[in-house]
Design a protein around this ligand. Structure first.
Ligand code: FAD
Length: 420
């Protein structure tokens, strides 16, 4: 342990947060010639990037709030097996965010948001291939497509607007015969009907290993990884002092990619951003007794999905508002168990792992990818919400372009920090 005063690390850049966004940003910055330090209090890929459903969906372009959705909310809240839960004591805190979410569901905003999501996600496979190289890409990512099905006949909320948005962006969604669905995934409930196949989508076989591999590539190329929790970002001279639990470090530029915790880090600098944790749950069944699906399968009218991981099936979903500090709600995890069993009736759920994680979400379903308005050399890259595994490689590339002062690959205005 050095007790010497910290030295200014020249042009050096720090990235706070080694989730999928921080990992992609650190590697992109490094490849652009910057000396980079990646700092996280936990091992890489321990946050939301650990336990997500692993879907990589370049065609994902429908914001979470769309016209007609708001009417469904009371019913969802009353249904114990429903997709949405709010811890009562947390309601006053989350109410302003929910009102913004409702306003984000206006048609003009939804269409503009869908354009931004399409630009952010559209090249996800190509960008991962560039970052990982062909061998790691082949080991970690599958471009098999995804399947959506309905449980029973009831149409999902917002289906007409979803279809209109897909048409606007040329999303390929082919009808899938139910017999073909049964052949592809015999373990799926016999209630499954009305299925579609989206060929231009896929998944990673292990979200955490994807993050770890990106960080390993970064380290092998000389990047510095520090396992330290950043307590404070203090402007100093033309750069920043990062105060961590065990040291101080000085950097010329700092990228905040700390997922759902990012707002806490930048609030003392005078920023109030409507970043909320949409807490999600998963149940992972290792070495299942039924054949896993050949690709991710999502139920469009119930909160359930099944993804094939290395040697496991992962069922993920649910949205719970209870903040960053409340412990996991076992009742919500049990709901995931019940949903999983309903989706896969023959699956023996004896040995499983349950998990809760924090989706970093803004009410309009778009991240902030921007220079901090009041602090030169500080860059925000957080809020990728439900689609961070998909949006991370482009987010990382945009961060590298922002830090270098280069022309961004896509329009940045939808991702500004001043849009709220
Ligand atoms: C149940 C569920 C299913 C999902 N399914 C999908 C899916 O199928 N496809 C998809 O694209 N997306 C999915 N997502 C969303 C996706 O997981 C997230 O958008 C993404 O992981 C966010 O990445 P991140 O790097 O911003 O945040 P995180 O992965 O949470 O990383 C943030 C990191 O910052 C670190 N950190 C925080 N504070 C500090 C500090 N003060 N100092 C140092 N380090 C700090 C944390 O330790 C953490 O490692 C899902 C999410 C959930 C919860």
């Amino acid at each position: 342990v050095s007790l010497a005063a910290p030295e200014i690390a020249g042009r050096a850049v720090a990235v706070i947060g080694a989730g999928i966004v921080g990992a992609c940003a650190a590697l992109s910055l490094q490849r652009a010639g910057q000396p980079v330090t990646l700092i996280d209090g936990q091992p890489p890929g321990s946050g939301a990037s650990f336990g997500n459903a692993g879907m990589i969906s370049p065609d994902f372009c429908v914001p979470m709030s769309v016209p007609g959705m708001l009417r469904k909310v009371p019913g969802w809240l009353l249904d114990p097996l429903g997709p949405l839960a709010i811890r009562p004591a947390y309601l006053p805190t989350v109410l302003p965010w929910l009102l913004r979410w409702a306003r984000a569901g206006r048609l003009d905003r939804v269409l503009a948001g869908s354009d931004a999501l399409r630009a952010l996600h559209g090249r996800a496979f190509d960008l991962y291939r560039e970052l990982l190289g062909p061998e790691h890409f082949a080991a970690l990512i599958r471009t098999t497509g995804q399947i959506y099905y309905r449980d029973g006949d009831e149409a999902p909320a917002g289906e007409p607007i979803r279809d209109a948005i897909w048409q606007r962006h040329g999303v390929v969604a082919e009808p899938l015969d139910v017999r073909e669905l049964r052949r592809l995934f015999p373990a799926l409930t016999p209630r499954a009907g009305h299925a579609i196949f989206r060929p231009h989508a896929g998944h990673t076989v292990n979200p955490q290993r994807l993050v770890q591999t990106l960080v390993e590539l970064f380290s092998l190329a000389g990047g510095v990884l520090r396992q330290e929790n950043v307590l404070k970002i203090l402007p100093e001279g033309t750069g920043y002092r990062l105060v961590t639990g065990i040291a101080n470090h000085l950097f010329e530029q700092v990228v905040v990619a700390a997922g759902a915790w990012s707002e806490r880090l930048v609030r003392p600098l005078g920023y109030r951003l409507p970043l909320e944790s949409e807490r999600g749950y998963h149940i992972t069944i290792a070495r299942p007794n039924v054949a896993p699906p050949p690709m991710p399968v999502l139920c469009s009218n119930r909160p359930a999905s099944a993804s094939p991981l290395d040697d496991a099936i992962r069922c993920a979903g649910s949205i719970e508002f209870a903040g960053l500090d409340a412990p996991m709600n076992e009742a919500r995890a049990k709901v995931m168990l019940e949903r999983t069993q309903a989706m896969l009736p023959q699956l023996k759920i004896e040995h499983y792992a349950m998990w809760m994680g924090h989706r970093p979400s803004f009410p309009d379903s778009l991240p902030v990818i921007a220079r901090a308005p009041k602090h030169p050399g500080l860059v925000f890259a957080f809020g990728n919400g439900h689609s961070g595994m998909t949006g991370a490689p482009m987010t990382g590339r945009l961060v590298a372009e922002l830090v270098a002062g280069r022309q961004p690959s896509i329009a940045l205005s939808p991702f500004s920090a001043t849009r709220f």
